[in-house]
Write a protein that binds this ligand. Structure first.
Ligand code: SF4
Ligand code: SF4
Ligand code: SF4
Length: 349
């Protein structure tokens, strides 16, 4: 019998499923679904002093100052995709996606004639991508060596390269496709936004610091959420003084204050939805937009509870007592045995 790679994967999956079923049946005596339910844990709550960004797509002018400031603050090089090399000669930083050298990127939705900003049909809209600093983060949950951690006070999700073994499990687990691996480096690392908390000279995130319109705003998540709700409650066209930089909690419980001059502008036609408020157990970075978030490339059709609360118990149970590695080893032994039988003279015909 010839066993190719596809056969092996099928076999390993089957052996694994059988083994897992046997193990779960023996240990708990119930159905796999019931056991999976039992292994769920409560979603982790947001820390009281959680911080994040509020990105308002309707205020964004696509200047990409945030992108440049992020690179400068984090010491990351210019990136020119292959398709742009011919016409700009590599003189202009034009990343099209997050990467090992780009922690935030401005992307654009375009439809038809692109006549009007923040309109779904014949319109366009900007979106800023970076780590969402999830309340119950998948990347933290799956990391086998605690190289991804969540600060108990601020909730900032940080990567620790000195602990990282480069397995890239966090890359696979992130629902927002954020952590990226430096594939072009001999000893590549995982890279992602850490809300500039890793930069001692940065009082506020560099992207929020330079944003000219206040489209990217820094602050405590509860303050940003209240600000987002305030904007959604206003009528389109109404004039509002939009805060820029940081939105600070007022000491006396009054209205929040900003650390620089506000920008007076008419309120746009918002979708009545704050992205990050409810999806996947919530995120500390939130967004507002005039077009559906799915059109901006953000996952929309996802559960409200965090993936980590569903899968962490199963994953940790499988790894406790080395069950998963043993199943993998068993699969490899079977594969090696069947392959070696093929080479015995008595099996030749
Ligand atoms: S967006 Fe991705 S990388 Fe950022 S905290 Fe959430 S799971 Fe982790
Ligand atoms: S918070 Fe800092 S690292 Fe994150 S996107 Fe903004 S500038 Fe870049
Ligand atoms: S700096 Fe502000 S306005 Fe400019 S692209 Fe970034 S978020 Fe948009």
């Amino acid at each position: 019998m010839t066993l190719n790679r596809r056969d092996f994967l099928k076999l390993a999956a089957a052996e694994g499923a059988t083994g897992a079923a046997a193990v779960t049946a023996v240990t708990a005596g119930g159905s796999a679904t019931a056991i999976a339910q039992d292994l769920r844990r409560d979603p982790r709550p947001m820390p009281e002093d959680a911080v994040g960004l509020l990105y308002d797509s309707t205020l964004c002018i696509g200047c990409r100052a945030c992108q440049v400031a992020c690179k400068r603050a984090n010491g990351m090089p210019v990136e020119v995709p292959e398709q742009y090399e011919a016409w700009n000669g590599g003189t202009w930083d034009t990343p099209t996606d997050l990467s090992g050298d780009t922690l935030t990127v401005i992307q654009v939705y375009q439809d038809g004639t692109m006549e009007q900003k923040d309109r779904e049909v014949d319109g366009y809209a900007f979106v800023k991508r970076q780590c969402m600093h999830c309340t119950d983060a998948s990347c933290v949950s799956v990391c086998p060596v605690s190289a991804m951690t969540k600060d108990p006070q601020t909730g900032i999700v940080t990567h620790h390269p000195e602990r990282c073994i480069g397995c890239r499990y966090c890359v696979l687990a992130c629902p927002f496709n954020v952590p990226r691996y430096e594939f072009d480096e001999a000893f590549g690392q995982i890279q992602k936004c850490q809300l500039c908390s890793n930069l001692p000279d940065q009082d506020i995130p560099a992207c929020a610091d330079v944003c000219p319109t206040g489209a990217t705003l820094f602050g405590h998540t509860d303050v940003l959420q209240a600000e987002a709700q305030r904007r959604l409650a206003m009528a389109p066209g109404e004039t509002y003084a939009f805060p820029r930089g940081t939105l600070l909690r007022a000491e006396d419980g009054g209205a929040p204050v900003t650390d620089r001059a506000r920008q007076v502008a008419p309120v746009a036609h918002y979708r009545q939805d704050i992205y990050g408020e409810e999806i996947l157990g919530s995120t500390q970075c939130r967004m507002l937009a005039g077009v559906p978030f799915g059109l901006l490339g953000l996952p929309e059709d996802v559960p409200t509870t965090s993936y980590a609360s569903i899968t962490e118990g199963i994953q940790h149970t499988l790894y406790r007592y080395m069950v998963a590695p043993m199943l993998l080893l068993a699969g490899l032994v079977v594969f090696a045995y069947r392959s070696s039988r093929r080479h015995r003279p008595e099996d030749w015909d």
